[in-house]
Every structure is written in C-alpha cells, then in structure tokens.
Design a protein around this ligand. Structure first.
Ligand code: GDP
Ligand code: K
Ligand code: MG
Length: 303
C-alpha cells in the first residue's frame, strides 16, 4: 500500500437496529457496492456481513447485522439475535440506526443490549421521509435523555453527501493501527455466499408480501469452469427451501414465470458482481418446519 503502516487507521463499526430501518442500504452505500441484500421486508439480512472500505489512510470495517428480532422465538430468530450480540461485543464504534423521528419499543430493546463504553452514534436514517424537520430537534433531545450517544447523525442512506459526511464522523473513533485487509477488498464473504444472498434477494423481491419469511436459499453448486469464450465462467445451482407446497407454487408462479424472473434477475446481478458469465439453475424444495428446527437452521448455514 502507498500509505505507510505508521499512519494507518483501522477499526470495526457495527451497524445495529431493529428490522427495516435501512442498515443494509447504509452498509452498501458505505462500501460503495452491493454486498448486503436489502428489501422492504424484515429478516432480509440473516448473517453477520463484513463490508470493507479503505479511504486515504483509514480502513473502515463495517459489520451489517440482522435486525434484532423481538417478536417470535423460533430457532431461526434465536440464531439471528445471537449474531447481533456477537457483532456488537467487541467493536470500536456502534451505529445505532433508527428511522428519523421514530423510537419504538423494538428500538428500545435493541438499545438496551449495548454495553456502555463503546461509543455509539445515533443514525437517524430516512431523513428524506420526514416532512416536519422542525419536530426533529425535540425528538433528538428526547433521544439524548435515553442514552449517552456520542453524536447525532440525521441522514439518508440514499444521499451521497450524507454518506461522505458519515465517513468523516466515523474516522476519529477508529484506532491507529495497520490495516487488516488489502486496500481493494470489499467483503470477507465468499462468492458462493454472495450468490445465495443474491437469489434470496430476488426471491423476496418477486414474491410480494405473501411469502412467509421462513424461506431460504441453499447453494448446492458453485464451480468455476474453464472457458474459451469468457474470462470467467461460473456454474451455480441453488435451491429455494420453503415450508409448504402452497409456498412452492407461489415461488414457481403461473407456468413457471415467477421462478424464471427470480433466476434471470439473480443471474444478471451475479454476472456483474462476479465479473463472469454465469449459468444459474434454481430449484424449489419443500421442507416443512425448517425455521423451527435448530439442526436444520444450522445445516442451512446460520451460525
Ligand atoms: P434493514 O432491514 O435495516 O437492513 O433495512 P434495508 O436496508 O433492507 O432497507 C429497508 C427499506 O428501507 C428498503 O426498502 C430501503 O430501500 C429503504 N431505505 C433505506 N434507507 C432509506 C433512506 O434513507 N430513505 C428512504 N426513503 N428509504 C430507505
Ligand atoms: K429489510
Ligand atoms: Mg438488512
């Protein structure tokens, strides 16, 4: 690297909050590339995902987490919450993300998990959705009384200027130490993992609200094969696992139309992400009760 080791800064920043406040959108904007899937639905993010961005002398290591689940205590939800707790245990900075002007019981539950001593910023996201900005000042004041936040950052994860400002704010909380990753690394997740997440995102996008969250994607095959015509050729086989026959029919759609859209969109996005020609096969399988079955949850790759 061109930056001498003595001048380098590096640290971990956890992005935490209840479902749907915009954590993954924020993470992708910070990393500058989509590595964490997003959607209108809760439970889109199911793993701890590391996103890395090196700017100047500073390496920012962001950790996106599943939204903390407070409603149902299935094996899947317990595993998601464990992931969140693990992620905030030992970090340099916490970004506690809420919707600007909003603070509910679910937000309060997440906040109550934080150990004191780790500097925490209140990221009041989705500022673009706030009509009455004047009402934000008293709200921020009430937030100050709830928790000793180091700073308030009203912003929108979809606004470029806000993202740049956030880097400036975060930088000073990171210790001076050599970088952990190379300058151009974006994530610690494998391409195979990203492939599964891409299919899962399209599954969520195209099934509307009717498909329960208890569906998942397993990658059965991820093989790079030699090719005379493309610089990279990757063969991927994925299985969408659902709970009931009715859900299976929903995913497949009339004459297989929906499954086709899911596969086509996922393939196109994967080709960009992997910079490769991709051959993608997607299957649908019924495994009733998988989200309640601890062994199954583990076998599907949840920690
Ligand atoms: P997560 O569950 O906290 O990871 O939330 P996601 O990143 O998946 O986002 C949930 C929804 O909020 C998605 O539809 C995003 O497009 C939307 N969203 C995220 N950030 C913003 C924002 O700053 N403004 C607006 N208007 N929508 C946002
Ligand atoms: K979401
Ligand atoms: Mg998310």
């Amino acid at each position: 690297p061109s930056v001498p080791v003595e001048g380098q800064r590096c640290g971990v920043i956890a992005i935490v909050g209840k479902p749907n406040v915009g954590k993954s959108t924020l993470m992708n904007a910070l990393v500058g590339q989509k590595i964490s899937i997003t959607s209108r639905k809760a439970q889109t993010t199911r793993h701890r995902i590391t996103g890395i961005r090196t700017l100047g002398a500073t390496q920012f290591v962001f950790v996106d987490t599943p939204g903390f689940q407070t409603k149902h205590s299935t094996a899947l939800n317990k595993s998601l919450n464990k992931t969140v707790m693990g992620a905030i245990g030992d970090v340099d900075l916490i970004l506690f993300v809420v919707e600007a002007g909003n603070f509910t019981l679910a937000d309060a539950k997440v906040l109550s998990l934080f150990k004191s001593g780790i500097p925490t910023l209140l990221v009041a996201n989705k500022l673009d959705m706030v009509n009455r900005r004047a009402e934000l000042a008293p709200w921020l004041k009430s937030m100050q009384e709830r928790h000793p936040f180091a700073e308030f950052v009203p912003m929108s994860a979809k606004n470029k200027g806000d993202i740049e400002r956030l880097f400036g704010i975060c930088e000073k909380y990171l210790p001076e130490q050599p970088w952990w990753y190379s300058e151009d690394e974006l994530t610690d997740r494998s391409e195979k993992f990203l492939a599964g997440e891409t299919v899962r995102e399209k599954l969520f996008r195209f099934t509307g609200d009717e498909l329960p969250y208890t569906s998942t994607v397993v990658i059965d095959k991820f093989d790079e094969e030699p090719s005379k015509t493309h610089k990279r050729f990757v063969r991927v086989a994925a299985t969408i696992v659902v709970e009931r026959d009715g859900h299976k029919a929903m995913v497949i759609g009339e004459k297989g139309e929906r499954l086709k859209r899911i596969s086509t969109d996922a393939r196109q996005e994967l080709e960009k992400l992997l910079d490769a020609k991709v051959f993608l096969e997607v299957w649908v399988k019924v495994r009733s009760g998988w989200a309640d079955d601890e062994a199954r949850v583990r076998s599907f790759g949840y920690e």
